[in-house]
Each structure stands twice: as C-alpha cells, then as structure tokens.
Design a protein. Structure first.
Length: 259
C-alpha cells in the first residue's frame, strides 16, 4: 500500500504532532487509515520523515489524529528547479491549474503578476492567495515535493525585476526565439531564471522594453498561441528536458547545445 503523505511544517523526528481537522478527516475518512498505519511526514525545507498514526480521538463529529514522527525517510524528494514563473492574473480556473502544474513540475516559485493588460484584479481579502497555497499544499503531497511551491506576493514587472536582478529573465512571446539547452545551463546545472507569462492580450510594448533593458530575452515555443496553463506547463517541461539533455555531470560540457 502506498504510504500517504501528510504536511507538518517544522516537524522533527522523535516527536508527536496533532493534525488539523481537515487533514485528520482526510486521513481517516477518505484514505481509511487507522492507528498504527505508517505515513510519510513532509516537514518542509526538504525534510521528510517516516511517521506512524499514534492515536485517533473522536471529538464530536470530528477526528483528531496524533502522528509520531520517526527517522528520516530514505527516499530523496524530487529536486526542485531554481526557476520562478511570474504569471499574469487570469481567470480562476486557468490560474488554479497553472499553480498546480508548476508545483507538480518541480518549479521553485510563482508570482502573481500585475500587468498593464491584465483583466482580473487581485483584490485584498479575495481569498485567492489562500486558495493557491492550498492547491500548492495538495499538489505537494501528491507529487512528493519536499517543500511547497513558493507562492509570492503579487508584484508588477518593475518590482519583480528589481527583486530578482540576479536571475536570467525570459519573456514568453510568440515572436521570441527558440533557445538551446545551454542557454539555461551553468556549471552546476540549471541557471536561476525568471519567466514572465502575460495575460490574454500579451505584454505591452513598454513592459517588453523594460524587460529587455534589464537583459530579458523573448522565448517562444513551437506551438500556436497558448493558454496560461499550457504556457507554464511548457516552461516546467523545458526545465526537465534541459536536465535530461545535459545528463549527469554534463551541465558544463560543450556538446550540450540544443534541446
């Protein structure tokens, strides 16, 4: 039986922790786990442990699960790719799916992007950030990440370029060039990078010019105009393809020049 993963940020071996009501309900009612069953405890910061359901107490209609955290889990979590994707805020369903894909494809972080042509406002108190973090948590448990997708606070392109000045900048654009794999590789593997995905109407000329002034480059994929979830899926798949093309110990070799 596949071990169920639970998220316990900050957990450490040799201690016991209660699960919240939602996690307890899912573990007992949906997954049908009971006392003595083993679980995998994801503590964040790439810390993963063996765990055992120590006790299940009924509190009215709700269950309260206590988990004993044991030794380090032997399987290493998937390696995260040091890429951040800034996505213009689009319709709920599309952005929800984009965040799930970024998490499952091992991308480091995502930034809701405030752009000139964006049509969806990110109002304070709307609950969108909380919903996206729940999606990131659910997908992390499913795909085995050792840490959550870093969902950052919304930012404009100017703010983002200032905060991420050490990263390579790529702008998804139909007029961009198809890059080679060595554009993304450094001596130690993938270069840290920031990818910008625009709204339905695309980025304005002034936004593109601002990115290019900071060294940003246009990147295109050999596909028709893509919806946001497809664009972010292509970026995540690109990272995996570059790593596969490089192979172990080949990140800095001269023969890695084309995907």
């Amino acid at each position: 039986m596949r071990l169920h993963r639970i998220w316990l940020p900050g957990a450490r071996g040799g201690r016991s922790y209660p699960l919240d009501e939602k996690e307890s309900h899912h573990l007992v009612t949906v997954m049908r786990r009971g006392e003595g069953d083993e679980v995998v405890v994801v503590a964040g910061e790439d810390r993963i442990y063996h765990g055992v359901i120590e006790s299940i107490q009924q509190q009215g209609d709700a269950s309260q699960v206590m988990v004993a955290v044991g030794e380090d889990f032997s399987a290493e979590p998937p390696r995260l790719r040091p890429w951040v994707v800034a996505v213009s805020v689009v319709k709920k369903r599309n952005l929800d799916l984009a965040i799930r894909m970024l998490s499952e494809l091992g991308i480091e972080g995502v930034v809701p992007l405030v752009s000139e042509r964006g049509q969806v406002a990110l109002d304070a108190g709307s609950g969108k950030m909380e919903r996206w973090r729940r999606i990131a948590l659910e997908s992390a448990k499913q795909c085995g990440r050792g840490s959550l997708l870093d969902i950052r606070e919304p930012a404009s392109i100017g703010e983002l370029l200032g905060a991420e000045e050490d990263r390579d900048v790529w702008i998804a654009h139909p007029d961009g060039l198809e890059p080679s794999c060595d554009d993304f590789l450094g001596p130690d593997g993938l270069r840290t990078a920031l990818f910008l995905v625009g709204p339905e109407g695309g980025f304005s000329a002034s936004e593109i010019a601002l990115c290019q002034e900071r060294g940003g480059r246009l990147i295109a994929f050999p596909l028709p105009v893509m919806r946001t979830p497809v664009a972010v899926m292509m970026i995540g798949a690109l990272g995996a393809l570059v790593e596969m093309s490089a192979g172990p110990g080949r990140a800095g070799s001269d023969d890695v020049n084309s995907c």
